[in-house]
Design a protein around this ligand. Sequence first.
Ligand code: ADP
Length: 280
Amino acid sequence: DYSTPAHKDYELARSQLELGEIIGEGQFGDVHRGICTVGGQKIQVAVKTCKPGSDMAVTEVFLEEAYVMQQFDHAHIIKLIGVCTDSPVCIVMELAKLGELRAYLNNNRGNLDLASLLLYIYQLSTALSYLESKNFVHRDIAARNVLVASPTCVKLGDFGLSRWINDQSYYKASRGKLPIKWMAPESINYRRFTTASDVWMFGVCMWEILTRGDKPFQNVRNAEVLNRLENGERLPLPSSCPPQLYSIMCRCWAAQPDSRPSFTVLKEALREILSEEKSQ
Ligand code: ADP
């Protein structure tokens, strides 16, 4: 019910928004840079639009991401600023000025040192430990869902899949869209998504960051991934990745979900490795 009071707080008037250039493409429509006037202040924002003419059901699914984001308040999670519920419906969020992490890593391969990569990984672990404390399962942790706010700050930016998998019909209709190469074996086999499967995905996301944006299992077909994992194969050690860090990733990829560390434990371990790296 989108007319609940909690909702009203987030409603923006069209006149508060100025749309600028297109900066991305979402599954529901374009994403624009923009300016939003709130409390007399003008702030830079990202505006996700839902294609005009979308029916009510599509609009509701689109807006659901906003209702997920609205529950969170964390330095490394993109904040919701508001929604416009009259057509064209849009979601207004905090802008991550430097865009997608994968592109950023690819474009800055030469000048990103290990300390920067570790910082990003650590920041994401704090966001995920926060979600873990709220018993929120993300289900789509991957570098493509991480945005770069500044050279020293990344944020988790996409809550799209958290809603999707609850919807069995969507799952059946678009199996092909599942991020198989990031998923834990129990998620692929039984659609089981838990904090432990999020930890597995975070291990893959660490690997993407440490390889500066390589694609996991690049030349492997989706259908082949599960076989390999069940045979004990794992993503390889990225070049110039400290063994300590690779050992953490491998713990995230324990076959048994119970054997994987929690995000709270990961966060502490990463904090130590980061402080050692900084002091060198
Ligand atoms: P969807 O979940 O609907 O597919 P995304 O969240 O992936 O949409 O957004 C599409 C693209 O728009 C992203 O890949 C990114 O390039 C850009 N984008 C989305 N949100 C932001 C933001 N808050 N700041 C900057 N760019 C963003």
